[in-house]
Design a protein around this ligand. Structure first.
Ligand code: AMP
Ligand code: MG
Length: 391
């Protein structure tokens, strides 16, 4: 049995990184950037007014000023500011030559036709200087980073309309088990609905990869062999759930081998997920996850997701919060690293979700995160430091 850290390092070393493609930036949300992006402009591109008001010389604020013209955003000023003059200016408009200050319209009073005075005590310059945010040539977003809505703004601003991104892995999901029926059916005696097949497909979507739900596979060697063969042909990654533990019909690892999958590990000191199987062929990765939905959910997050991210060239460091226990936690055995579903209250205090074990899917519906309890730790007292990754 290998450690959790060893398993993760096997999964994420020598990863087959997907090819890249150019996409329209409007379709690039959540894709992983495969190139550095630099700015082709200064931001702001000129000294610009940060307020609606009057552009003038700071030294003239004591007296009456003559208004030379009105400059809207997008206009180019014509008149130069000289002593005793100003121009009315709108937020975002170019500062006229000679001006060093924009006084807010709220701090002015008209004193006659085309004349204003400053009524405040003092003012800031209220000018955004050319290039103060970004200079031409600056790196604005990096290779290996996902594109979020705010990055769509920066791609727009620098005119980078066809970013190079990683192609998305296609991930086949197979649910093994004679007891499973599709969710739209009412389960007959002895049967249950297939819940983790669709959970896994949704987790694949959440990781911004392409899910390929491939149905329920009966606990039959020939059927499993056929299903795995087809899945290996059609996908970059295959996730099977169920059939990996010690039951009479748990032959997933054996059939993987029969299909030419090199098994890289088959037991990990982690809870849940001890029987997790991981292997690969020349060009496809295969996971066999335990069938219980809580286990399959957690094991996807901690094992499968890092691989999917690495295949897209993304450095996946799951956000782990250092928080405090809001209640005590104890466990009898501490021979494995454990992840358990928890709630985080508004003060950041962590309480384990009460659940009956890894079949209790309803319990994790209410969880805010997964708490990591290191190997060897038997007890966490109320107030103790703990580590939680949000889900
Ligand atoms: P297994 O890993 O095949 O031994 O299954 C462990 C437990 O998880 C059993 O109680 C199964 O009925 C249950 N299980 C397996 N696959 C699924 C699934 N796709 N959806 C819901 N429960 C499942
Ligand atoms: Mg089974």
């Amino acid at each position: 049995m290998i450690s959790f850290e060893e398993a993760l390092s096997i999964i994420t070393s020598d990863v087959l990184v997907k090819d890249t493609e150019r996409v329209d930036f409007r379709e690039s949300l959540h894709r992983v950037l495969a190139e550095d992006v630099h700015s082709d402009v200064d931001m702001p591109p000129f000294d610009k007014a940060a307020m609606d008001g009057y552009a003038c010389r700071g030294e003239d604020l004591g007296g009456e000023m003559e208004v030379l013209e009105v400059i809207a955003a997008g206009d180019v000023p014509i008149r130069k500011i000289k002593s005793g003059t100003c121009t009315k200016i709108m937020t975002g408009a170019m500062i006229p030559e000679g001006a060093d200050t924009v006084i807010m319209v709220e701090q002015t009073r008209r004193t006659g036709e085309g004349k204003v005075v400053f009524t405040g005590d003092k003012t800031r310059p209220n000018i955004a200087k050319k290039g103060e945010d970004v200079r031409t040539g600056d790196l604005v977003w990096r290779k290996g980073m996902p594109i979020q809505p705010q990055h769509i703004a920066i791609l727009s601003a620098v005119g980078h309309t066809t970013p190079l991104v990683a192609k998305q892995p296609r991930v086949g999901v197979l649910s093994t088990g004679d007891e499973l029926v599709e969710p739209a059916l009412f389960p007959e005696e002895g049967k249950i609905r297939n819940s983790n097949g669709f959970q896994l497909a949704a987790q694949v979507s959440n990781a911004h990869c392409i899910p390929n739900y491939m149905g329920i596979v009966p606990d039959d060697e020939t059927a499993t062999e056929k299903a795995i063969r087809k899945a290996l042909e059609e996908n970059d990654v295959v996730i099977l759930s169920g059939g990996v533990s010690a039951g009479d019909f748990d032959f997933v690892p054996k059939i993987m081998r029969k299909n030419g999958v090199e098994i890289l590990f088959q037991k990990v000191a982690v809870k849940p997920g001890r029987p997790t199987v991981f292997g690969r062929t020349k060009d496809t990765y295969v996971f066999g996850l335990p069938g219980n939905p809580v286990s399959s959910f957690i094991n996807f997050e901690v094992f499968v997701k890092p691989l999917l991210m690495a295949m897209m060239g993304a450095g996946h460091k799951p956000l782990e919060l250092t928080l405090q226990m809001g209640a005590g936690f104890q466990r009898k055995k501490a021979d494995r690293l454990e992840f358990i579903p928890v709630n985080i209250d508004t003060e950041g205090k962590v309480t384990p979700v009460s659940y009956h074990g890894s079949a209790h899917i309803h319990a994790i519906c209410l969880a805010d995160g997964l708490m990591r309890i290191p190997k060897g730790v038997h007890e966490l007292k109320k107030g103790a430091v703990t580590y939680v990754r949000p889900v």
